[in-house]
Design a protein around this ligand. Sequence first.
Ligand code: AGP
Length: 615
Amino acid sequence: MCGILGTVIHEGSEPLRSTLIGGLRAVEYRGYDSSGVAVLGSDGVMLSKRAGKISVLEDYLGEEPLVGSVGLGHTRWATHGEPNDVNSHPHQDNHETITLVHNGIIENYSELKLGLIAKGIHFHSETDTEVVANLIGYLYENEYPGNLIDAVRHACRQLKGSFSLVIMARDNPRMLIGVRQQMPLLVGHGKHASYLGSDVTAFLSMTRDVTYLEDGEMAVLDHDTVRFIDIATGKQIEKKRERVDWDIEQAQKGGFDTFMLKEIHEQPQVLRQMLERYLPSPAEPVYLPGLDEFFEDHDTRLISLVGCGTAWHACKVGRYVLEGLAKIPCRVEYAHEAQYHFAPIDDSAVTIAISQSGETADTLGAVKAQKALGSRSIAICNVVGSSLTRIADFTLYTTAGPEISVASTKAFTCQLTMLYLMGLWLAERNGSLDPDELRRLKAELIAIPDKMAAILHSKKQIDRLARVYRQVNHMYFLGRGLSYPVAMEGALKLKEISYVHAEGYAGGEMKHGAIALIEPGFPSCILAPQSPLLEKMVANMEEILARKGEVMVLTNNPDRFSQYDVHVFSFPDCPQLYSPLLMSLPLQLFAYYSAMLRGCDIDQPRNLAKSVVVE
Ligand code: AGP
């Protein structure tokens, strides 16, 4: 959950402040309860760390330029020990020889700590990370003097859990070591410096040439060379360089006040690009290269969709889409449940794992568990080279570009779009849809980005609705069929960034209990796209109005609601199938404006992190 970064200058020393602080800012979305930096310069290691956001660390640093030849930094989401100055990273061993940053959890840290205490080592923090620093320090000093690589290798072999580490030694001013074990880490190859980062955005302003580490691998950055070593055997391994196609502008706010607002506004454009790539014209087949081979000779009898949070909502929409278009039975499970609940699954199944980051531990666990039972797997993922894309048999990329705000927006609508594309592709392949209907649905999908743009033009209306509801502490979001998961997503967005308690409910379920909360003024948002279920939603609304509840409606049939005393937001006409794409935008904006009115920190809501890489 933490953001980590390291750099080695190929020759000489230089001020590393902007590299380290700029890089940490770019990965701050991974965790933001404390941060720290360390550089190795002519006077030894200079280490600074502070609880709070990176701005607190910057104030603490004052004008300090952080001159050095090697540097590393960390932005934390606390797992062991509260977020205070002492528990913040970097951590050092007792002799301040080793300085390191860590992402992940060391499961056997208590046991290792006792062993180190018995050797006379003292601990200052409550973290598992300080144990690693002291373990490496002890081995470096006593068992592998002068050989940092072997000291790190042998320390890693004693560690249990998931971790990525970036390590430097005071007596080795041109070397930085990176280790990956079930936590992401990659190397950036720059002209004058090399980098290690928990994700590419950490050094994207410096280089787009990268090498991804696999579990059990170590990268040794030494002057201008980078070596890769298998931790278990100590043997050098060859790895290829890749070029990422993200650019730094995509990872900046681009004139918007927040990343979330920027990412909401990017949706028409990113969907347009995605459709140009995978569905250039309604007359052509959906172009998903490699999918043919994946399904060749496979009699798919079940699709198991897994994900967490927003991605799980995409799975829930995906079930309706894939069952409706491809006529293949689907089941949807939270990844953290699927991981330990071994529902019947075999080699006639395909697991579809959806994840923006591709690093969500629960989702990785579910894919591994279902693969072990024989299921083949497809990742729908936004981050090239992420862990999920490495363990899945096949990946469909959502091409949303970097999503920085913790609240997922464009990644969600891109995930839905990929599910629609896959549904249309399977329908074409299986002949499960009439060709004219298929062509009509393709044309309608291509028309969606313009309709999204029209919704964004009406955003002031949503701002006004947020003002109407600015005092509320609770809210229901109700939908049926395809709109039910969208209602849950609308509720999650509001909860996550404005801290208003919200629940997404299936309209039909209301009368089985939840309606008990409706009293005068209790607000509900009714999702009512034109569909065979519209009248059922009207009935739900009537039940709420009868109890003097307040109602806001999202619909593309506003006339149906003209006789009621309700707030209506009208979105463009579209086939019911695609209404989740259009309804998502007003819901995202509603959450956004509600959070603004409450003065919340939109991009970095409390207690959350962008990638949840621990179970
Ligand atoms: C979305 O707004 C949330 N931040 C969260 O639910 C997120 O979707 C979830 O943690 C899954 O992340 P992933 O897509 O990176 O796997």
